[in-house]
Design a protein around this ligand. Sequence first.
Ligand code: S3P
Length: 426
Amino acid sequence: MNQTPLIGELTVPGDKSISHRSVMLGALAKGTTKVENFLQGADCLSTISCFQAMGISVENHVDKNQVLIHGKGLHGLRAPQSVLDCGNSGTTTRLLSGILAAQPFTCELTGDASIQKRPMGRIITPLSAMGADISSLRKNGCAPLKIQGRPLSGIHYQSPVASAQVKSSVLLAGLYANGPTTVTEPYRSRNHTELMLGGFGAKVQWDDTSASLTPPEELYAQELTVPGDISSAAYFITAAALTPGSELLIKNIGINPTRDGILKVYQAMGADITLLNERTASMEPVADLLVRGSLLHGTTIGGALIPTLIDELPIIAVAACFAEGETVIADAAELKVKESNRIAVMTKGLSSMGADITETPDGMIIRGGRPFTSAVIDSRLDHRIAMSFTIAGLLGGEMPEIKGGDCVRISYPDFYKDLKRITSVS
Ligand code: S3P
């Protein structure tokens, strides 16, 4: 077990989901949208390059994480000259498909080997119900996708999965529909699209599990500041919460209640996390997090909590290995269709490091307190896997060899640099 406390202050990069949406809505708005604290991760850069390929001028001032998007209005996109490359980004692929479904041109979009294995039937079904002409060019229902823009009808879609990517894809297509569009989910997923659409001038309403959009005449350019990504902060929250004597202040983190499940779960496990300076920035709730080290105990995680911490489940599985007693993660079968099969990859990797962990059809059961040893971990080029095993190594006192660890550039390019700084300050 790591005995060196994490002490100091940290900021993490801007939120990935919000950065993607800022480019998309900025491109569809009239005028110049200015985005501060934009995430310079590979996924968000894929979104920028897709819109540039459709004639949108985007200035990325990388040195100050500021992006200017010169939007051309709802009907300003032009046909790309070649296949749109979404890289590793499911958010780009699915949300962009919703927008493309209504454009007056035909195009194709694809991405890397991982994207070409991820299910797209979940967006093809509702977009087709709206009248879209969208199909997979493979027999497996994955990218590459071919989309021929068509006039769309508003629908009320009952989604079988709680997925913000599905909900957002349908709502973005709904910008162009002939009437209101509603998506109802089994549980509420992250609501950044709804909040930002409202900020750009669209009429959006929601309740616990439904979100509705009335097609606007126009979207209007905004000035936005992206909060720090709670999904990136999660690695440092975990390291500090489980290391006695730690006192880490992580500043400017988005604490939207559709994303803050990790805080609730860790508090239920006995963690000492205090929210300071709570405020709202660009429609999103934000706070500084003060994390002190303590002893954690096991818990049960499932149901409506799952969408609020879906990307944090790999690092929560790591935390459970260092907590006392049993942790049960259920209702999380969605983890199998992320950048990798995160249930299988976490179970295999943590077992090889010495953990007592069992894979279940929709999650994992972890009994904490086993000593860790070193191991070789294949990241499967999944950024959250690489970062989770790095923290597992830190907490276990034996750093694994992580293959393909530079995939952290997808969501947190400076992860290793920040980790080094915060662990050597101590
Ligand atoms: C995202 C939604 C989540 C999440 C992904 C980003 C988004 O996916 O896992 O990393 O930006 O909408 P689902 O909502 O499809 O589960």
